[in-house]
Design a protein around this ligand. Sequence first.
Ligand SMILES: Nc1ncnc2c1ncn2[C@@H]1O[C@H](COP(=O)(O)OP(=O)(O)OP(=O)(O)O)[C@@H](O)[C@H]1O
Ligand SMILES: [Mg+2]
Length: 231
Amino acid sequence: MVSLIELENLSKVYEGESEPVHALRSVSLTISEGDYVAVTGPSGSGKSTLLNIIGGLDTPSSGKCVVAGRNLPALGDYELTRFRRTFVGFVFQAFNLISDMTLVDNVALPLYYAGVTKRERTERAVQALQSVGLAKRARAYPSSLSGGEQQRVAIARAIVHNPKLLLADEPTGNVDSATQDRILGIFDSINTSGRTIVVVTHNPVVAEKARRVVQIIDGVIASCSGPLPSL
Ligand SMILES: Nc1ncnc2c1ncn2[C@@H]1O[C@H](COP(=O)(O)OP(=O)(O)OP(=O)(O)O)[C@@H](O)[C@H]1O
Ligand SMILES: [Mg+2]
């Protein structure tokens, strides 16, 4: 199996107000291409920090973090931005849609940054909306949608540029259980299409859908199902 993510002795220390906060302590983990991993653990244990570092939104204090063959800590800002735009789709608990843009324009945004022509952007954005069951609403604005529908639009936006890796931080935290099931179904088909998913969740129902569960407690991997890292 080809590994997509290789973390070795990854640590993150934040400068706290009085003393440093050790958000991650020497985390080692390998995630293969096509895998579906849930990251669980108590609040403040370092889950979002881990996800943000894997996605190039935050930088580790020390250790190795190779994603899609790129050693992220060695990349400059420009290359890191390119890495994110090419390889990663993010879904957050807050949907973060732009309120004065239609759904299709929201979803097309990553393609705009990738320099794709307007016509192709629209075509692909409508396709992505189709895959989350919202193509009919393409010309609507986010405020006319329910929270669950907005999250589905956010998922369409995260996959429109066909990234290898989908990172989701509490994606079902703000939706009802029927929408949660629908989102899990969408994740399943995204994973079946070959994309790797890492999802942070407090919810055992969400974690259960993944192939592997990594539990983080106090910045350390406390348990990890599936293949262990080869160190
Ligand atoms: N920018 C920051 N500056 C200082 N400390 C931070 C920063 N970001 C996170 N931390 C601290 O790092 C630790 C890990 O935070 P993180 O957000 O990764 O936790 P989490 O597991 O995602 O928690 P939750 O389940 O509540 O979202 C926490 O103690 C947090 O207060
Ligand atoms: Mg978090």
